[in-house]
Design a protein around this ligand. Structure first.
Ligand SMILES: Nc1ncnc2c1ncn2[C@@H]1O[C@H](COP(=O)(O)OP(=O)(O)OP(=O)(O)O)[C@@H](O)[C@H]1O
Ligand code: SF4
Ligand SMILES: [Mg+2]
Length: 383
């Protein structure tokens, strides 16, 4: 491990799929990335000091509730942010080159051929008045030195590769003539057409029904593995990335609050927020009408977030210290595991903190909230 800033996971920490990729240099290294928006109400701290790294052939799952900053993070990496009222700091290194400060012309040279993105809703990314065939061949003709005939053949083979039946006929169709799942397959075909090294998939299945969701996720995984791409798979559902990502970064209120190789995260998570997300995954073994345990309360305002740990108002483990001091990313026992918590899950101090809060709650009147909305009675100061 060569470096470690208090707010950053080291880039060479061997997280996730590094077992498969050995000592290869990271393809993507994000260090202390900040993306804030100036608004009439104040500065929205959407991404607030995020560090990540990813090697070729690896998949990183980025998970968090709505509003945690996942899309702003993806767009910051892609250089797809609004031009005005944005405050942007930190470094994005892609394939050994700094692109954090690249202008739109420089980024256009990378889009498609080096970095591509699949968005949540294909209808907003596909051109509704252009036939599918042209939407696939245009970027091919723009980026690759090939004939129209060859571009058409490539488009046909791409459509077959993403599981679209009768590709010949589909080339002549408009997006509205296809189902949501088929449109998302087309988007994936367009994204991988020019052989990008990094694919960002932002909630690629949220708009689809459950069976189609699994098919699209399997397709993304197949393409990622066959083409040895790096992939960032963004989702609010930890279950979606469970079997698909080498490593998972959990985001909360603009920060990465836990990052670990997937197996480590599931076996030994330390953040109470990750534990709460885990409890909200439906389990096959449970009866079909079992109620999922939703995380009570709401994420904090990103304008002037409160001091201390941003999860404190919703945390079953919160103690006095949590309301005053924000924890830095701390290494766990396994390589590549980092978390931000004073009273980690599965540790004696964490268990003691939760027990104190439970005892305080059961001693309180029946109307008391389920988790402390302020420092719990009997809470200790400090760890
Ligand atoms: N252009 C903008 N101007 C001001 N605030 C913005 C802008 N874009 C995003 N935000 C805010 O940044 C925060 C993070 O938004 P983001 O879209 O990244 O969340 P998300 O994690 O992707 O959520 P979801 O799961 O709902 O897609 C939100 O509070 C959002 O309102
Ligand atoms: S125990 Fe404290 S530091 Fe840890 S997540 Fe809960 S509030 Fe944050
Ligand atoms: Mg989003």
């Amino acid at each position: 491990m060569s470096r470690r800033a208090p707010d950053a996971a080291p880039a060479d920490d061997g997280r996730g799929g590094s077992e498969a990729t050995g000592g290869e240099a990271p393809l993507l290294e994000v260090t202390d990335l900040v993306t804030h928006f100036r608004t009439p109400r104040g500065v929205v701290r959407a991404v607030d000091g995020v560090s990540l790294s990813l090697r070729r052939g690896e998949t990183l799952g980025v998970v968090g509730e709505s509003g945690s900053g996942k899309t702003v993070l993806s767009r910051s990496i892609m250089g797809l942010l609004p031009k005005h009222n944005v405050i942007r700091r930190g470094s994005v290194r892609f394939d050994g080159r700094e692109i954090g400060d690249a202008d739109s012309e420089e980024m256009r040279g990378l889009w498609g051929t080096q970095i591509a993105m699949v968005f949540q809703d294909p209808m907003t990314s596909l051109n509704p008045v252009m036939k599918i065939g042209r939407q696939i061949t245009e970027p091919l003709l723009h980026h690759l030195d090939i004939t129209k005939k060859y571009a058409r053949d490539l488009a046909l083979s791409l459509l077959s590769s993403v599981g679209i039946p009768e590709p010949e006929r589909r080339l002549g169709q408009y997006p509205h003539e296809m189902s949501g799942g088929m449109r998302q397959r087309v988007m994936i075909a367009i994204a991988i057409a020019c052989g990008p090294k990094l694919l960002l998939a932002d909630e690629p299945t949220t708009a689809l029904d459950v069976t189609v969701q699994a098919q699209i996720l399997d397709l993304l995984q197949k393409e990622q593995q066959e083409r040895y791409m790096a992939m960032i798979l963004v989702t609010h559902d930890l279950g979606v990335v469970a079997g698909r990502a080498d490593a998972i970064a959990v985001m909360y209120a603009g920060r990465v609050v836990e990052v670990a190789p997937t197996r480590t995260l599931f076996a030994a998570m330390r953040m109470p927020y990750t534990e709460a997300l885990m409890r909200s995954i439906p389990r096959v073994a449970e009866p079909s009408h079992t109620r999922l345990k939703a995380i009570h309360g709401r994420p904090p305002e990103l304008i002037d977030p409160p001091p201390g740990c941003r999860f404190a108002p919703r945390c079953e483990y919160a103690q006095d210290r949590c309301w005053k001091e924000e924890p830095a990313l701390t290494p766990g026992d396994e390589p590549g595991h980092y978390y931000r918590c004073w009273f980690p899950v599965g540790t004696p101090e964490g268990e003691a903190a939760r027990e104190r809060n439970r005892a305080a709650r059961s001693a309180a009147p029946a109307s008391a909230p389920e988790a402390p909305a302020a420092p719990a009675a009997g809470a200790v100061a400090g760890a």
